[in-house]
Design a protein around this ligand. Structure first.
Ligand code: PHE
Length: 367
């Protein structure tokens, strides 16, 4: 491409110079034999591309007082050229403004979006519980220490907090610890928020995004997703928890799936359990996916610790509500599962990072 030297730095003449380059790019996209990768190299190539040449000839060489005007126009031009390439690659027909309307050309297609695999998985899990009469609750991702930890029976400095390190909002040292804000490390704080708003009975699932200071690798991401569950009423027992989760796993993974429960620990449930399902890949015989154990660990759960009900009652009193979670009458269970792992199992995704890459080549496979 022939790039003339800029001599006149008035806005009008800069506009004209940039418009002519823009028209050339537009024409190149509409030309017969257009090929996206070739266009990208020719126009946007870092070393040899036309835009690089224009940046050198017009922007870098400009007198200081014209730099701003040229810079703005250069950025706009770059966006336009990138836009042409994206539109052309997506199958849209780009026609130079000067060409007349050619009704024989195929129409420009508007591509329809689809659900992200994580959103889809989350909706399916939530659907299983909705069909059992659960409602859906949501809570904020930026949470206070009180809801994320204290009310869930993680006292200040309790070692269980170390397992859920996270980002905290800066410059809050002046506030009492319970009011300080952080990125929630689990969806469990929404248990507390829900019980503050509602008296028992209560049955809800809470899907959402959570954050932890975990180094990213194939199975860990500092941002991930959970579906939380909470069921509170009179006479709720551990058998209800087992029956509910066993049904949910069968409904989601297929009726052949078995569940088993192991003792575990969470500060806000007592007793607590980890739940495993029989390996959905080998049916329990043992394979690479289940590390030859026949089982896959899927979620944490337990009976709501009375200390949690007490924290809710106390906060309800502070807020002027009745303390209706009477621990002599009321019991409940809670569970929390990682959505990312479930989506990875379901779709055979080997690297969690793909779910957050925004790479269309990956995402299109779920369309
Ligand atoms: N919030 C727990 C976690 O993120 C999971 C959990 C939820 C455990 C509810 C028990 C009950 O590790």
């Amino acid at each position: 491409m022939n790039i003339p030297q800029l001599i006149d730095f008035t806005e009008a003449s800069l506009d004209a110079a940039f418009a002519s380059v823009r028209n050339e790019a537009e024409a190149a996209v509409a030309a017969p034999g257009f090929e996206a990768e070739q266009f990208r190299l020719e126009w946007l190539g870092r070393k040899q591309g036309h835009l690089k040449a224009i940046s050198d000839a017009w922007l870098k060489a400009a007198p200081p007082e014209a730099k701003k005007l040229i810079g703005q126009r250069f950025n706009a031009l770059k966006e336009q050229v990138e836009g042409f390439l994206i539109a052309a690659s997506a199958g849209a027909v780009v026609k130079p403004a000067s060409a007349g309307l050619d009704v024989t050309l195929p129409g420009s297609s508007q591509r329809v979006g689809v659900e992200h695999p994580l959103v889809k998985t989350m909706a399916e899990i939530v659907g299983v519980f909705q069909r059992m009469g659960y409602s859906v609750g949501l809570g904020p991702e930026v949470e206070s220490d009180f809801y994320n930890f204290e009310a869930l029976n993680f006292p200040p400095n309790h070692p269980a907090r170390d397992t859920q390190d996270t980002l905290v909002v800066a410059e809050q040292e002046g506030k009492p610890l319970r009011e300080r804000l952080l990125m929630r490390t689990h969806t469990s704080p929404v248990q507390i928020r829900s019980m503050l708003e509602q008296a028992p009975p209560l049955r809800l699932v809470i899907p959402g995004k959570v954050h932890r200071n975990d180094a990213a690798d194939a199975t860990h991401s500092p941002v991930f997703h959970q579906v939380e569950g909470l069921c509170v009423d009179t006479n709720i027992t551990f058998s209800d928890l087992k029956g509910t989760l066993d049904h949910a796993m069968k409904a989601f993974f297929g009726s052949a799936v078995k569940t088993r429960f192991f003792p575990s620990f969470f500060p806000f449930t007592e007793p607590s359990a980890d739940v495993q399902i029989s390996c959905i890949f080998c049916g329990g015989k043992g394979c690479r996916k289940c590390k030859y154990s026949g089982w896959i660990e899927l979620l944490g759960c337990g009976m709501v610790d009375p200390a949690v009900f007490e924290a809710v009652n106390q906060r309800r009193i502070e807020l002027g509500h009745d303390p209706v979670y009477d621990t002599r009458r009321i019991s409940g269970f809670a569970f929390g599962m990682g959505v990312d792992r479930i989506a990875m199992m379901k779709y055979g995704i080997s690297d969690i990072g793909l779910l957050y890459s925004g790479d269309m080549r990956f995402l299109e496979q779920f369309a």
